[in-house]
Design a protein around this ligand. Structure first.
Ligand SMILES: [Fe+2]
Length: 204
């Protein structure tokens, strides 16, 4: 059976993100970041190919170590990192501020106001070791913010990711050193809410 592979991002995938330079997140940061994003794509594809060739005899599987365990555990990290970065780069390079329409209504419903959401988002980002997420929960039909400490910490099952904010140091250290709060301020001025709304439109 043919192995389905993910698309490896290219420099042109950064085009919109380069707009963030005006807010302080530089082209140099994004170009370095692209190498990591490509790494998640390449490793996703490598693991998919390895899984396709793996001997799936249950007698060879083992929870301490087995090729199946190694591939499956690292697949979540590779593909999770790929998806997180896809959403990150897809939803920055905009003009920030507050969203409009359905997304604005959902945020007001869950947080009371956009300002309350913004405070929650910033605090979530400062509290995370890897990611802050805004997800639309298909169970409750509401938006929530989530914290992720690794590439493989999904926000929750059955959510559509609307925003993914990378707070690993590689996302900001060149521009802000350890001042993560300043990076988050710059990120928030750079959110492309139209792109987030487009993601929501997949299900609403
Ligand atoms: Fe990253």
């Amino acid at each position: 059976m043919e192995v389905k592979l993910v698309r490896v991002p290219e420099e042109s995938d950064l085009n919109k993100a380069l707009n963030t330079a005006v807010n302080g997140i530089s082209e140099a940061t994004h170009k370095e970041h692209l190498k990591l994003w490509q790494g998640y794509a390449n490793k996703t594809n490598e693991i998919r190919k390895a899984l396709a060739e793996l001997d799936t005899d249950p007698a060879k599987a083992n929870q301490i170590y087995s090729p199946m365990r190694a591939l499956k555990a690292n697949y979540a990290f590779a593909y999770g990192g790929y998806l997180n970065h896809n959403v990150y780069f897809e939803t920055i390079g905009g003009s920030g501020g507050a969203p409009e329409g359905k997304l604005a209504d959902l945020i007001a419903e869950s947080f009371g106001s956009f300002e309350a959401w913004a405070a929650d988002w910033k605090a979530t980002g400062i509290s995370a070791r890897g990611w802050a997420y805004l997800g639309y929960d298909l169970e409750e039909k509401r938006v929530h913010t989530y914290l992720g400490d690794g590439q493989d910490t999904y926000p929750a099952w059955n959510n559509v990711l609307l925003l993914a904010m990378d707070v690993y140091e590689h996302a900001y250290y060149l521009d802000f050193q350890t001042a993560r709060a300043k990076y988050i301020d710059a990120y928030m001025k750079s959110i492309d809410w139209h792109a987030a709304a487009k993601r929501l439109s997949q299900v609403l």
